[in-house]
Design a protein around this ligand. Structure first.
Ligand code: NAI
Length: 335
């Protein structure tokens, strides 16, 4: 029998936690052969909600679920953990400056990084969902000096999946026929969703867009004026239409991210924010989104892609924002 995998989910009493737990327990993330033990971490105000979710997990009688524990202490919650999904974060509230937001999150992700350093399993994989996700991952990694930096990632798979959804709808193509879309940079409005290497059944997406939309120029206009801003601001659109932020799609993307990290990518590359090794001119150490493949259980940045002047400009703008965030958390003594 396969040994259960221990997974820690922070913010487990919140909305994304509620959408995430049942899919993990059903086997959607690690597969139908792998049992799981769930460690739910909350702050004291969120513990009852997490306990309620734990009761419902029991009631769902998932055969793969070998245990659920609720904690309000990071040291215990991360003890022996193999997969850490850091969802809980301090949201921006009215009147809050960026420095306040970064400081509040530093107070969360610093101690969680230290707890991972102290107690997590060798080979732990960490994905940060809570915003500002890239910089929260940077803070956590900087408090975990004994954990290789490539084990810390931030989620841009939701942005990636949003891009796939928009392209599929516009091209009248199946999502599964699309490959090699990239999200570059920060999980924020500055991100760059890039279709220049993307294909549908082997046909270049830029050609297909030109054919569909009436020429190369209209296709470029659509990319710049519709596609890029719509993907980058989709979170706001969901709030506007649904009356609440993205939850199930965010949980689904987090599951995709971990599943591909553990089991490998098969159909081309995907997007994830990983610690930069300097690839594509992104300063080393920044947690930035790249085209990535998962090989032998590790993310690898896809190398050697041509980056034209437009893409270069967009990538630098988003990376500049990440540099600013890093400087701000440095100035606050958070890293
Ligand atoms: P939520 O407010 O429903 O849940 C957050 C939960 O985290 C709450 O239950 C809260 O008590 C808990 N929490 C706060 N501080 C904590 C700590 N130090 N330790 C453990 N738990 C803690 O929010 P929701 O909708 O679940 O979103 C969670 C985060 O995910 C937000 O930061 C949101 O901005 C982010 N997000 C990121 C996306 C991405 O693509 N990277 C997409 C959508 C949301």
């Amino acid at each position: 029998s396969v040994k259960p995998v221990t997974i820690t989910i922070t913010g487990a009493g919140g909305q994304i936690g509620y959408a995430l737990l049942f899919r993990i327990a059903s086997g959607a993330m690690l597969g139908a052969e792998t049992p799981v033990r769930l460690h739910l971490l909350e702050i004291p105000q969120g513990v009852r909600a997490a306990e309620g979710a734990a009761l419902e997990l029991q009631d769902a009688a998932f055969p793969l679920l070998h245990g659920v524990e609720v904690y309000d202490d990071p040291r215990s919650a991360f003890e022996g953990t193999e997969i850490a999904m850091l969802v809980g974060a301090r949201p921006r509230t009215a009147g809050m400056e960026r420095g306040d937001l970064l400081a509040a999150n530093g107070g969360i992700f610093g101690p969680q990084g230290a707890a991972i350093n102290a107690g997590a399993a060798d080979g732990v994989r960490v994905v940060v969902v809570g915003n500002p996700a890239n910089t929260n991952a940077l803070i956590a990694a900087s408090h975990a000096p004994d954990v290789p930096a490539d084990r810390f990632t931030a989620l841009t798979r939701l942005d990636h999946n949003r891009a796939l959804g928009q392209l599929a709808a516009t091209l009248g193509a199946r999502v599964g026929s699309l490959r090699d879309v990239t999200i570059w940079g920060n999980h924020s409005a500055t991100q760059f969703p890039d279709v220049s290497h993307a294909t549908v059944d082997g046909e270049p997406v830029p050609h297909l867009l030109a054919a569909r939309l009436g020429g190369v120029d209209t296709a470029k206009e659509w990319l710049v004026d519709s596609f890029i801003p719509r993907v980058a601001k989709r979170g706001a659109e969901i709030i506007e239409v649904r009356g609440s932020s993205s939850v199930a799609s965010a949980a689904s993307a987090a599951i995709d991210h971990v599943r591909d990290w553990v089991h490998g990518t098969t159909n081309g590359w995907t997007s994830a924010a990983v610690v930069s090794d300097g690839s594509y001119g992104v300063p080393e150490g920044l947690v930035s989104s790249f085209p990535v493949e998962s090989v032998d259980g590790a993310w690898r940045i896809v190398q050697g892609l041509e980056v034209d002047a437009f893409a270069e400009h967009r990538i630098s703008a988003s990376v500049a924002e990440l540099v600013e965030e890093r400087e701000a958390v440095r100035a606050l003594g958070l890293i």
